[in-house]
Design a protein around this ligand. Structure first.
Ligand code: EPZ
Length: 420
């Protein structure tokens, strides 16, 4: 298995571009199941999770061609409606084929995703909503067996904010009979991107990206084309890379507004962040010599992203003072804490709140192990800021959600390489 080796202590300098968003590409790829014919998607990131999605779609008779970040897909009638456990356990987002298959064919057999490192991650909110739309749902042998003559529009208020739950029901409602009203929706930009693509295909989705959505079902949809939005989590990760090394970098090709919860915190503790002017959108980050500690609570968008929590915790290990980070979205998203402690961090966890006593001098390189996607990013960042050498193992986690992260960081002057 590959490892990443980082020699820390070099302030990053230069310009880096953000790729397309993994969490926008995945639902949009699954939405191609809703419409026969050709789909052309631009700015698709070249990630393991995207390749896994192509593999699953292929088993559902959607062929794909992927070159230079353009994915061309051809949807035909699937021979079977099953998303197999072997594919789903590799990537939980596979649950996003449930809504489209049920909406278009009236049948879906999708393996329960099972838990993952960061939490139990049930899909009850997805299934409750589909039942309200008339689906008959059975759980057998670890699979969700869903059937329905034709989904009916319904009024649904989600008991909890769920990103893929919102996306699954949007896709189901697009082909349902009648109108669906969704309330307490996830408001992530990725949800809005999916809504745009559904409408490109001929759907009638109103309010995607806001708390309430109205979806008027139509009888069929057609293949179309779209561009995936910038990955706000990669953008935030790169901004923190510039910050943690005390450098000065420009992160380009994204709308700074989509990481405002992060940038407001960074400004508050002493970093200068200026929006780029001219044709290139993005942010210029200039670091102070030292930065203060601060408290963070993760929340659904537009709150502080749980997917940036681990990265921000790495930054707080180098801050002056004591920070707290409260993780409110997942019950076990502190797997990176033990690994950061191996680098010299002083972090205590008390009922879902991490207390980080910043001490830049104490941070020194060591061998560490990645446990999940964003935890692995946080270990790379901590390695960049620490004196000495950090070796990160199990970086297949990283490859699920970042395209060539070490190449992007090396282009900014980081001493980082991937070794077999
Ligand atoms: C999406 O996961 C993202 N994945 C996650 O990103 C992200 O961390 C998460 O949203 C929160 O922002 C994709 O978009 C592919 P949720 P999702 O449903 O949809 C509970 C990454 O690093 N819940 O919004 O699975 C759930 O357990 C990944 O790119 C239920 O209880 O997250 C969690 O505690 C990691 N029942 C909370 O809600 C349900 O039916 C939020 O989950 C669904 C969710």
């Amino acid at each position: 298995m590959d490892k990443i080796v980082v020699e820390g202590g070099t302030p990053l300098k230069g310009v880096v571009q953000v790729s397309g968003a993994k969490n926008a590409a995945l639902p949009i790829l699954f939405s191609t199941l809703l419409a026969p014919g050709k789909h052309i998607l631009n700015r698709v990131p070249n990630l393991q999770d995207v390749l896994s999605t192509f593999e699953l779609l292929k088993s559902l008779n959607v062929k794909s061609d992927f070159k230079d970040h353009v994915a061309t897909l051809f949807t035909e009638e699937p021979q079977n409606m099953e998303a197999h456990y072997d594919l789903v356990r590799k990537m939980r987002a596979s649950v996003l084929c449930l809504g489209p298959l049920l909406a278009r064919y009236g049948h879906a057999r999708v393996s329960l995703p099972g838990g993952c490192a960061i939490g139990a991650r049930p899909i009850n909110l997805h299934l409750d909503a589909l039942k309200k739309m008339g689906a008959e749902i059975k759980i057998e042998e670890g699979y969700v067996e869903a059937r329905c003559k034709r989904l009916q529009g319904a009024k649904i208020i989600f008991d909890g904010v769920t990103v893929t739950g919102t996306e699954n029901i949007m896709m189901a409602a697009a082909l349902a009979k009648g109108t669906t009203i969704l309330q307490n929706c996830a408001k992530e930009p990725e949800v809005a991107n999916l809504g745009e693509y559904l409408n490109e295909m001929g759907a009638k989705v109103y309010g995607a990206g806001t708390e309430t959505m109205t979806i008027e079902g139509v009888d069929n949809l057609n293949g179309a084309s779209a561009t995936i939005i910038a990955d706000r989590i990669e953008a935030g990760t790169l901004v923190v890379a510039g910050a943690i090394t005390g450098g000065e970098i420009e992160v380009q090709d994204f709308d700074p507004l989509i990481i405002e919860a992060l940038t407001l915190k960074l400004r508050e503790i002493g970093f200068t962040l200026n929006s780029l002017t001219g044709s290139k959108k993005g942010l210029k980050v200039t670091s102070p010599k030292t930065w203060n500690a601060i408290d963070v609570v993760t929340a659904p968008y537009p709150g502080f992203a749980t997917d940036l929590q681990a990265q921000f915790m790495a930054l707080m290990c180098f801050a002056q003072g004591t920070s707290t980070i409260k993780e409110t979205i997942f019950e076990n998203r502190f797997m990176h804490v033990q690994e950061l402690s191996r680098l010299g961090a002083d972090i205590q966890i008390k009922n879902q709140v991490a207390v980080i006593k910043g001490n830049k001098k104490a941070m020194t390189g060591a061998p560490v192990m990645a446990t999940d996607l964003r935890a692995s990013a946080s270990l790379v960042l901590a390695g960049l800021g620490s004196q000495g050498k950090t070796t990160i193992s199990r970086i297949y986690h990283l490859d699920r959600g970042y395209e060539n992260l070490e190449k992007k960081l090396r282009a900014l002057g980081a001493k980082i390489e991937r070794v077999p």
